[in-house]
Design a protein around this ligand. Structure first.
Ligand SMILES: NC(=O)c1ccc[n+]([C@@H]2O[C@H](COP(=O)([O-])OP(=O)(O)OC[C@H]3O[C@@H](n4cnc5c(N)ncnc54)[C@H](OP(=O)(O)O)[C@@H]3O)[C@@H](O)[C@H]2O)c1
Length: 255
């Protein structure tokens, strides 16, 4: 099987590439920056915004694991329009795997709106596909809400919930999907445990032995309500194995 991994410098892309080092598949990888993790593989420069390099990347490929994304800049152009252009160069492939995010239709957040539109683009294409939604990665919550204590405190919307998942667990799942073949929209992939953000912050403080405190606030609006209700979680699909605590402990030992 010949696999193309897009977004090979990203969190998910690099986790996939690292796991594929031990496989018998022929692997091609692509991104704009040259990744450190992929010395063994054929790397191609490509840009989902301009389309440069996509034709070359798509050549002689059976399966695509599409981990390229841009949540903050030119999101629609890359996630939706870029995907559409990319798919037009992939009419020969057997399977396109698109990682998406749990709860995107119920959480009013621009990036999620475009992820949903991208799922629709894929559904309406003639490309055999699998859409697999995951919950947020452990690092997402760690970096977004918990990384910078201000005046020895984390000021966070402590009551909102997350069910974060390990990026390596999810990468492994995507690789297994390459053997299964196209599934359409498949079961979601959620982390092992649902926690409030306050519980996650308290855990980080304990594990890192920090002198910080948590100050919790709420904010108005539909985004807060959706996260309060846990729309970004899926208690039934709690299939990830590495907990947020495992992630924090590992990060501590790597310092
Ligand atoms: N992060 C999460 O919590 C989470 C949870 C569930 C699902 N997901 C999904 O998993 C996928 C990967 O997310 P991630 O967190 O791994 O993303 P990431 O770390 O931000 O990586 C994004 C990748 O996309 C590439 N990229 C950005 N702009 C590009 C462009 N114009 N052309 C080509 N490549 C471009 C980047 O490489 P260069 O800059 O080198 O081009 C990078 O390799 C996304 O579909 C995301 O929605 C993420």
């Amino acid at each position: 099987m010949r696999i193309l991994v897009t977004g090979s410098t990203g969190q998910l892309g690099s986790a996939v590439v690292n796991l594929l080092k031990d496989s018998d598949c022929s692997v091609k990888i692509t991104s704009r920056r040259r990744p450190k993790c992929g010395e063994n593989f054929d790397w191609i420069y490509s840009d989902m915004l301009t389309g440069q390099g996509l034709e070359e990347a798509a050549k002689d490929i059976d399966v695509v694991i599409h981990a390229a994304t841009s949540p903050m800049k030119k999101t629609k152009e890359i996630e939706v329009l870029g995907l559409s252009k990319f798919l037009s160069k992939l009419t020969h492939i057997k399977h396109f795997i698109y990682p998406s995010i749990v709860g995107i239709e119920d959480i009013p957040f621009k990036y999620y709106k475009y992820k949903y539109e991208a799922e629709e683009v894929l559904k309406q294409s003639f490309i055999p596909y699998t859409v697999v939604r995951a919950t947020q990665f452990h690092s997402f919550v760690d970096s977004l809400f918990l990384s910078k204590p201000v005046f020895k405190g984390y000021f966070i919307p402590g009551n909102i919930k997350f069910q974060t998942v390990d990026v390596g667990d999810f990468a492994n799942h995507l690789i297994k999907l390459t053997d299964k073949g196209p599934q359409g929209k498949t079961d979601e992939f959620a982390g092992p445990k649902i926690m409030t953000l306050r519980e996650m912050a308290d855990l980080k403080i304990r594990i890192n032995n920090q002198p910080n405190r948590v100050y919790s606030f709420s904010f108005p609006g539909r985004l807060y309500k959706a996260l309060l209700k846990g729309k970004n979680t899926n208690p039934i699909q709690n299939v990830g194995t590495v907990t947020f605590e495992d992630y924090l402990r590992k990060k501590m030992t790597e310092r």
